[in-house]
Design a protein around this ligand. Structure first.
Ligand code: GDG
Length: 466
């Protein structure tokens, strides 16, 4: 049986704390099943890049990591990945920085990854590369003669063709994807944007079976929506630590209705717009003031990048202003918490919330929406308010779908959710949980690996496109 070589920017060993995300758990399970290695950056820097590999092993999973130079981190991670690709792929040209040094740092680190992981790959191994940090890695591996089956999965959206054209190296980036055998996107929408670019800019052709051909190169593309570890999340939500968290929320709420939001502190998550939507709700529905409050959990992320510091300052000011206006001696409308919670505590908070606001301006998928659904009490579930611009909206059609830019739509959806009879809440939830259970993270992982395994191997060496 083929081993699995998984490659992503960061890796995660199994831990006993129960604090791991569903994605890490699923990838670890696949690694345990197939055997192999999870390769990535250690998160550490070194004076001079040596390519020395640090191996760690826990619970049947082996990780292999390398340290990068500070300049690598600045140009590749904080630079091209998080200041160029992340904003651009989330439709934020206004925040996208186009620096030549970022480009060269991105190329250099991908080459360094390829040179260090390349020798670890054995003839029959399947190679699975993850996300926007690593787009050129497949091509770098092919350069070194790697003929294995290599797949790539993009966790974030793919931008519309016109938007991608604003990236000076757009052609190079897209051509690099043709070094893979299989490329997976979260939704058909993101895949369509990719195909549109390929047809228009590269004159590519698209076959019925999802094979895209440009010149002599072909790649199999498909939409494979990522799921969560539903069964274990449902279990966690009903277990003692979650019940305690739920009780704590009820006690501190003193009979008020809880609306929850859980997001990494990131401009793509639409936090400011969400606060404004909640403010609009309070202003349009004075009867509900003092009866409904919002808990926004937003652990900081990417604090080395200036835009992220700015969004934090903006949200501090906005929540302060709204609280100043609508608070009372015993009421604060927004509890805004900049820290993370253990996964089972989070499950209890989800369950205590009558409404979950998931309103990203753009999101590859959004796992919080699925976790909220999985955490609900089947007899008395809450209501999910979901941005139609999140990948998850393609599956969770029974959520209340909103335009996250519109405070009115958010305010109306909150009012509708608060008034929703239990029978309707149950009916909507049953349809959503059915999908969240069926299309869970294991389903996603197996679908990708099955697709990759179906590809003929070994593969021909890389030719030039065109
Ligand atoms: C990228 C794409 C795609 C958050 N706060 C806490 C906590 N979290 C966990 C959530 C959830 C995860 O972090 C966030 O996942 P999302 O999917 O919502 O968003 P991104 O981090 O932007 O992920 C996204 C995803 O990749 C997978 O492909 O869905 O579109 O942007 O699992 O629960 N977890 C704990 N405490 C917290 O306070 N334990």
């Amino acid at each position: 049986m083929s081993r699995l070589i998984m490659i992503s920017n960061r890796v995660q060993l199994p831990s006993s704390g129960g604090n791991q995300g569903g994605l890490a758990v699923a990838l670890q399970a696949a690694l345990r099943d197939k055997g192999g290695i999870w390769f990535g950056w250690s998160g550490e820097t070194t004076e001079q890049f040596t390519g020395e590999i640090h191996y760690r092993e826990a619970n049947g999973v082996t990780t292999a990591t390398i340290d990068l130079e500070q300049q690598d981190v600045d140009e590749y991670y904080d630079g091209f990945a998080n200041r160029t690709l992340w904003p651009l792929f989330h439709y934020r040209i206004d925040l996208t920085e186009f620096e030549r040094d970022f480009n060269s740092g991105y190329a250099r680190v991908n080459r360094r990854f390829a040179e260090t992981v390349g020798p670890l790959i054995e003839a029959d191994d399947l190679v699975w590369v993850h996300d926007y940090h690593m787009i050129p890695l497949g091509a770098e591996l092919r350069e070194q003669g790697c003929a294995n089956r290599i797949g790539f999965f993009l966790h974030i959206p793919w931008p519309p063709a016109d938007m991608l054209l604003s990236l000076p190296s757009h052609r190079e980036l897209v051509e690099a994807l043709f070094a893979y055998d299989v490329v997976g996107f979260q939704t058909q929408d993101w895949l369509d944007s990719f195909l549109h670019y390929v047809e228009r800019q590269l004159g590519g052709t698209i076959a019925e079976d999802g094979t895209v051909t440009v010149g002599e190169r072909s790649v199999r593309v498909f939409a494979d929506p990522i799921g969560i570890e539903t069964a274990s999340f449902e279990e966690a939500a009903a277990a003692a630590p979650a019940r305690h968290a739920q009780e704590r929320m009820y006690m501190s709420a003193t009979g008020r209705t809880l609306i929850v939001g859980v997001d990494r502190l990131d401009y793509s998550k639409g936090l400011e717009e969400r606060f404004l939507g909640f403010e609009r709700f309070l202003s349009l529905h004075p009867d509900f003031r003092g009866l409904v409050y919002m808990l926004q959990i937003a652990p900081p992320s990417r604090e080395n990048v200036e835009t992220y510091r700015a969004i934090r300052a903006g949200l501090d000011a906005l929540s302060g202003r709204i609280n100043g206006e609508y608070s009372d001696m015993d009421y604060v409308p927004i509890r805004y918490v900049n820290k993370g919670f253990a996964r089972d505590v989070l499950a209890g908070i989800y369950r205590a919330a009558r409404i979950c606001l998931v309103t990203p301006l753009r999101d590859g998928m959004n796992l919080v929406a699925k976790e909220y659904v999985a955490a609900q009490d089947p007899a008395d579930p809450g209501v999910l308010i979901l941005s139609s611009f999140a990948g998850a909206a393609a599956q969770l059609k029974d959520a209340l779908l909103v335009n996250p830019y519109s405070p009115e739509e958010i305010a109306d959806a909150i009012a509708q959710a608060l008034a929703m009879p239990r029978a309707e809440r149950v009916a909507r939830w049953e349809k959503m949980i059915d999908i969240v259970r069926r299309e869970d993270v294991t389903w996603w992982c197996n679908r990708f690996l099955d697709m990759l395994e179906r590809e003929p191997a070994p593969r021909a060496p890389l030719h030039q496109l065109g």
